[in-house]
Design a protein around this ligand. Structure first.
Ligand SMILES: Cc1cc2nc3c(=O)[nH]c(=O)nc-3n(C[C@H](O)[C@H](O)[C@H](O)COP(=O)(O)OP(=O)(O)OC[C@H]3O[C@@H](n4cnc5c(N)ncnc54)[C@H](O)[C@@H]3O)c2cc1C
Length: 377
């Protein structure tokens, strides 16, 4: 794969860069989620209206009919322009597009991509995180409806969402992952209670979702009965891939900011500190090269598979190394941006948990890529 922009890609990049220069807000991202959410949403709405979101979706569902290269350019340029973070659940459009009926695609995709309707991911349960196949939320068919009972947890931005892509067991007799189906659940349906979880920093980024006799129309199943596991694996493969999530430019910016901190603190000549920074830079470059390999696979039409666990592990390693270094360098209480670095450090800890923990990613690589025997017990 030629890693340089083609003439057409270079024109696309230049147009996007101009748009971003004129439209990225001057004020920085609010620190408090209640203010940050509308700020991120407003920017994404503007981005969508200008035709810069959903680039690789077909035009009939609100996309731009372009490809993974343009998505990667967008991601790079957003990071370069220090643009507001995009809302994190756009990847839920992928399963809707792939498994949705014609009617579901027409009804749900465009509002999701335009962030007119917000979606959340209802997979994890109190006793089903890493071992997602043990989930206990049940859906029982009654005439033309499904009746759902259960409890979801750690639902990112659940309190802001209008719809949940929810996994529930529909065939209790089938072996574990085979009896699971996926549903589109409007969160204003009777019997749904969304309860925000207050984190240590006071933010309410997660919610628990309680489902008590929730009745949804039969046509709200996504895909076929027992497609739930397949759909869930597709979702997490997209969630884990660094190309879609645009982490690279963000990390590059953090690294450059840390270089400035190092210089300003007078530690610029300190060999150990320079070595640490250099090591993170090298790992970031490995992550970048791996992302390019992933991108190349996407361009040739391969959907994301278990190798996205490599993206996820590398991404987590780079983020945590960066943040560990920041917490050592930005130690002076009066340092500008200290609180922001500390917030980033705390959030960096979540990297080895969300989308499947680091240990689970290693299990996936061991079993599905290296062909090692499955773990016992
Ligand atoms: C920031 C963030 C956002 C999230 N957003 C969502 C969301 O939107 N929707 C959603 O459904 N979920 C979400 N989650 C939940 C996330 O998917 C789970 O936390 C994750 O899958 C781990 O599950 P658990 O918390 O139950 O931990 P457990 O599964 O209980 O794991 C506990 C520890 O045991 C280890 N472990 C477990 N099994 C194995 C094994 N077989 N081999 C080796 N080690 C093992 C794990 O690595 C971990 O260290 C989010 C989590 C975070 C942190």
């Amino acid at each position: 794969m030629d890693l340089r922009d083609s003439a057409e890609e270079a024109r696309f990049r230049a147009r996007l860069r101009t748009w971003l220069a004129e439209n990225v807000p001057d004020e920085s991202e609010p620190a408090v989620l209640a203010e940050r959410w509308p700020y991120m949403r407003a920017f994404q709405e503007r981005l969508y209206r200008a035709g810069w979101v959903a680039l690789s979706y077909p035009t009939d569902v609100g996309g731009q009919g372009l490809g993974p290269m343009e998505e990667a350019i967008l991601s790079e340029e957003l990071g370069r322009a220090n643009a507001p973070t995009l809302l994190p659940l756009g990847h839920l459009g992928r399963p809707l597009h792939r498994y949705g009926s014609e009617e579901q695609r027409r009804r749900y995709l465009r509002p999701l991509l335009a962030v007119e309707e917000i979606w959340c991911q209802g997979f994890s349960e109190p006793e089903a995180g890493s071992d997602l196949a043990s989930l206990r939320t049940r859906a029982v068919r009654e005439g033309e409806e499904w009746v759902i009972d259960g409890h979801k947890i750690w639902t990112s931005y659940g309190a802001f969402a209008d719809y949940c892509l929810l996994l529930a067991r529909t065939d209790p007799d089938a072996v574990r992952h085979r009896g699971i189906s996926a549903f589109i659940v409007p969160l204003d349906t009777a019997g749904v209670t969304v309860r925000p979880i207050v984190l240590a920093n006071g933010e309410e980024e997660f919610a628990e979702i309680f489902l008590d006799g929730v009745r949804i129309p039969a046509e709200n199943m996504l895909g076929e009965p027992s497609d739930g596991w397949r759909i869930a694996m597709d979702v997490v493969n997209y969630e884990r891939g660094a190309v879609e999530t645009g982490y690279l430019p963000k990390f590059a910016r953090y690294l450059s900011e840390l270089g400035e901190v190092l210089t300003a603190s007078g530690l610029g000549a300190d060999r150990a500190a320079r070595l640490r920074l250099g090591r993170v830079a090298a790992h970031l470059e490995v992550l970048r090269m791996h992302c390019l390999r992933t991108l190349s696979a996407r361009v040739s039409g391969a959907p994301p598979g278990p190798e996205s666990s490599v993206d996820k592990l590398l991404m987590t390693a780079v983020e945590q190394e960066l943040m560990d270094l920041s917490i050592e360098l930005v130690t002076d209480v009066g340092s500008p941006g200290r609180a922001e670095w500390f917030d980033r450090y705390l959030y960096g800890r979540a990297g080895s948990i969300y989308g499947g923990s680091a240990q689970v990613q290693r299990n996936i690589l061991a079993e599905r890529m290296l062909g090692l025997p499955r773990q016992q017990g």
